[in-house]
Design a protein around this ligand. Structure first.
Ligand SMILES: *[C@@H]1O[C@H](CO)[C@@H](O)[C@H](O)[C@H]1NC(C)=O
Ligand SMILES: *[C@@H]1O[C@H](CO)[C@@H](O)[C@H](O)[C@H]1NC(C)=O
Ligand SMILES: *[C@@H]1O[C@H](CO)[C@@H](O)[C@H](O)[C@H]1NC(C)=O
Ligand SMILES: *[C@@H]1O[C@H](CO)[C@@H](O)[C@H](O)[C@H]1NC(C)=O
Length: 357
């Protein structure tokens, strides 16, 4: 929560401000509450885990401690097992062995940073999922396939079993996002990353199955459901009608990505459309990554690259501004690679993340 003291009185200084400086109005009432600013553990944990423990600890401290970035949100990527994914960095192991059988030693990279986020006290931990385990998907792979109608209960049991495991280990997973970018299967095989298409008319089954599983285990209030992480703000509202009305009461927050890099006007259009489709649910910006571009906002777009200067920092600040100020959103997550650029973290290049999303 951000509270600004009402005692600041600007009137006496206004007369000497240069003409290009705009006066601020400071109110004693809270205008907006920020619930979280954070990032996703995808896909960098794979690489960073190879460093000695002392370096991993330092990185965790830089990300999560109050003397570092002090992120207030972390998104743990529950691995899908990487079947048919050619890039090992984007193919995390899954704990799923078979129905109801798990190996929780799998994906030591992802679970290490999940545990670090928790032990540094990051308050908001989400578990997000790119794909169901391969045996449940249409093509028995971790990409290029589709959610299978009728598999929602098995998929939900897996997700909740994993969340319950980590919660019993003291890690307070408080949200599950079951479909990361359901509009993209990330095919063809061999794929560059995990993914699973969930057609708009299949998304209600995913959400309702997850809610039913949480509810039957007494967790429907402890763990909120986030949906649907569609890649772009222009596409998401065109698909809400196919699923959202059926499950709107089961969704905690509407989450979206912004890979269309919308203008301010289009960002606001999206937020308004999401509010109207959901009866006023709050929207969260849950993933963006990898843009170069200028401080004034031109040249934004999905671009892998490395610019540790203030130019890129200001470009990115503009993206955050759209979410918090234009859209009035309460929560912002970036892919952490983008945050490394934003902070100008000198180790970004040394850690060789430049080919890694
Ligand atoms: C960890 O950070 C401390 C303080 O910034 C530094 O002195 C130390 O060299 C770092 N250790 C490693 C292994 O990077
Ligand atoms: C569980 O996963 C870990 C990490 O990949 C592996 O070393 C171990 O052999 C697996 N255990 C079983 C029983 O498969
Ligand atoms: C877990 O997280 C939720 C939501 O962020 C919070 O309300 C709850 O107090 C947390 N529980 C613990 C034990 O930290
Ligand atoms: C899956 O279920 C949805 C919702 O009932 C339906 O609209 C869709 O046609 C089904 N898809 C397939 C491939 O059967």
């Amino acid at each position: 929560m951000l509270l600004i003291s009402p005692s600041l009185v600007l009137a006496s200084v206004l007369v000497i401000l240069p003409t290009h400086v705009h006066p601020a109005t400071v109110s004693s009432t809270v205008a907006q509450t920020f619930l979280g600013i954070g990032g996703s553990g995808a896909w960098w944990p794979h690489d960073l885990f190879t460093f000695p423990d002392s370096v991993r600890q330092n990185l965790s401290s830089l990300l999560f401690s109050q003397s570092g970035l002090g992120l207030s949100s972390y998104r743990y990527n529950l691995g899908g097992g990487g079947v048919q994914v050619s890039n090992p960095v984007r193919a995390p192991q899954t704990p799923y062995v078979s129905a109801g059988v798990y190996n929780f030693s799998a994906d030591p990279q992802g679970t290490f940073f999940l545990q670090q986020a928790s032990s540094f006290g990051v308050p908001g931990i989400t578990m997000f999922i790119n794909t169901a385990p391969a045996p449940l998907t249409s093509n028995k792979a971790s990409c290029a396939g589709q959610f299978v109608n009728g598999s929602g209960a098995a998929f939900a049991k897996y997700a909740v079993d994993v969340a319950v495991h980590w919660r019993s280990a003291g890690i307070n997973i408080s949200y599950i996002s079951p479909m990361n970018e359901p509009d993209n299967s990330f095919g063809p095989i061999p794929c560059g990353q995990e993914g699973m298409l969930v057609a708009p008319n299949q998304r209600a089954e995913v959400v309702s199955s997850l809610w039913n599983e949480l509810n039957s285990r007494g967790l429907a209030t402890a763990i909120g459901i986030l949906a649907d992480e569609t890649s772009s703000t222009s596409v998401a509202p065109t698909e809400y009608g196919a699923w959202l009305p059926q499950v709107v009461n089961m969704v905690a927050h509407i989450v979206h990505h912004a890979y269309d890099f919308p203008s301010d006007a289009n960002y606001l259009n999206f937020v308004n459309a999401a509010h109207s489709a959901s009866g006023g649910k709050s929207t969260w910006m849950s993933e963006i990554c990898c843009s170069l571009g200028t401080p004034s906002g031109t040249g934004r777009g999905y671009t892998q690259g490395y610019d540790p200067t203030i130019n890129n920092a200001l470009m990115w600040a503009g993206l955050v501004f759209q979410s918090f100020v234009i859209g009035g959103e309460a929560h912002y997550d970036a892919i952490l690679d983008a945050r490394f650029e934003w902070t100008g973290m000198r180790s970004y290049e040394e850690l060789d993340l430049s080919d890694d999303g």
